[in-house]
Design a binder for this molecule. Structure first.
Ligand SMILES: [Cu+2]
Length: 405
């Protein structure tokens, strides 16, 4: 798609079950947000639905169903969504790496057992096979001296990734589609929870003919090599790295007014605690093992979800997300991008905007945004098992419920 140009997408549901499409990170009208029962009726088998919107922001996004998410996303219904800048930055090439994680049986088929409640109370359904753009990665061919933009998308159900590029210094230029001050990530490690995106620029300064590993070492003791940067034997395309600036043009995001912002707090609760059993704190049992502020909405979104909180249209808000659990959670807010102001009260540098913020166990983050998009918006963990087992809520912006059916 191109920034500021309308698009129309016809979705034909040829599944034997309901579906919808959520355009993750795109700031669009509520009626196009793809949450069944909240923003639209589910698309029934054999039905067609037309999504029409104008993407206001250039960047790296993705799309996936918001119906029967565990199975539909877990079996591969997702794709990258690139909104091109009006003036693209000066790089030699661009790569999209949509990274997914699969649990395969010994027969090579996707293993059954989606929605296992024991897993849902822990790290979720983490698989045993990681792919880039749907295939087990072979080498990524590169040439010495070139500058490459890589759009990293974590489209896994549950796997958190921490990528390292051996012998290279990736520069982060955008997070969740939104440009930031170009910076090298802490420890050279690119941390990507499910649904998160990072755009990096890499100057290929390796030796011609050599291979360099790209590893993921997020989980202790089960680090693995995702792929290799494989240099051709050809001489460098230029003698010195490109001297062009790395910063991308900012998107037209409304700047929250921190001095007048109202505050809210969302506390993430539940899950297994180090083998000492569930911490349910009076939560609704059944399919819920997680909660936000004591409320558990399960599944994929459905009609009649009461809002957890209501925000005044046009007002600035600072929302403290407080992870009171022993697990990691990438928390996604629909319909808005937000500034990440603080983590554990420390200022976050590099002017970072996001639509999904990854919280470590017991970590808190302050996010700020203008509630400028009316509707009932989901806020949920993007570890899909956590979402469907209760870590989901509705944030109402304004009193306009025109998106509801
Ligand atoms: Cu979670």
């Amino acid at each position: 798609m191109r920034q500021g140009e309308p698009v129309r997408i016809v979705v034909d549901n040829k599944l034997e079950q309901d579906t919808t499409v959520h355009w993750h990170g795109i700031r669009l009208p509520i009626s196009m947000d793809g949450v069944p029962g909240i923003s639209q009726l589910p698309i029934r088998p054999g039905e067609t639905f037309v999504y029409a919107f104008t993407p206001p922001d250039a960047g790296t996004f993705w799309y996936h169903p918001h119906a029967n998410s565990l199975q539909q996303l877990g079996r591969g219904l997702a794709g990258p969504l690139i909104v091109e800048e009006k003036e693209p930055p000066p790089v030699d090439r661009e790569l999209v790496w949509m990274v997914m994680d699969w649990r395969l049986g010994t027969d090579g088929h996707i293993a059954a057992g989606f929605g296992n409640m024991m897993e849902a109370g822990m790290a979720g359904r983490i698989g045993n096979t990681v792919t880039i753009n749907g295939i087990v990665p072979a080498d990524e061919p590169v040439r010495s001296g070139e500058r490459v933009r890589i759009r990293l998308i974590n489209a896994a159900l549950a796997r958190i990734m921490a990528l390292r590029f051996q012998g290279h210094r990736p520069v982060v230029v955008a997070i969740d589609g939104q440009p930031c001050d170009p910076h090298e990530p802490a420890g050279g490690r690119l941390l990507l929870g499910p649904a998160m995106r990072i755009d990096v620029v890499l100057d290929m300064q390796g030796d011609p003919g050599r291979r360099y590993t790209v590893t993921d070492d997020f989980y202790d003791g089960i680090d693995y090599t995702l792929t290799h940067l494989a240099y051709s034997a050809a001489p460098p395309v230029r003698p010195h790295p490109l001297d062009a600036p790395l910063g991308l043009s900012r998107n037209p995001l409304p700047e929250p007014d921190i001095t007048t912002a109202e505050r809210r707090e969302l506390v993430l609760q539940g899950g297994m605690m180090g083998g000492r059993g569930m911490r349910m704190d009076g939560m609704d049992m059944g399919r819920a093992v997680w909660a936000i502020n004591g409320m558990s909405m399960t599944g994929d979104g459905h009609a009649g979800m009461p809002p957890l909180t209501t925000l005044e249209l046009g007002r600035s808000y600072i929302v403290r997300l407080r992870n009171d659990t022993a697990w990691w959670h990438p928390i996604h807010l629909h319909g808005h991008s937000f500034r990440v102001l603080h983590r554990n009260e420390a200022t976050v540098p590099n002017a970072i905007w996001s639509d999904t913020v990854l919280l470590a166990p017991q970590e808190s983050a302050d996010i700020a945004f203008v509630a400028d998009n009316p509707g009932d918006w989901m806020v949920h963990c993007h570890v899909t098992d956590h979402q469907t087992a209760g870590m989901m809520a509705v944030v109402r912006v304004g009193d306009d419920q025109s998106g509801r059916r």
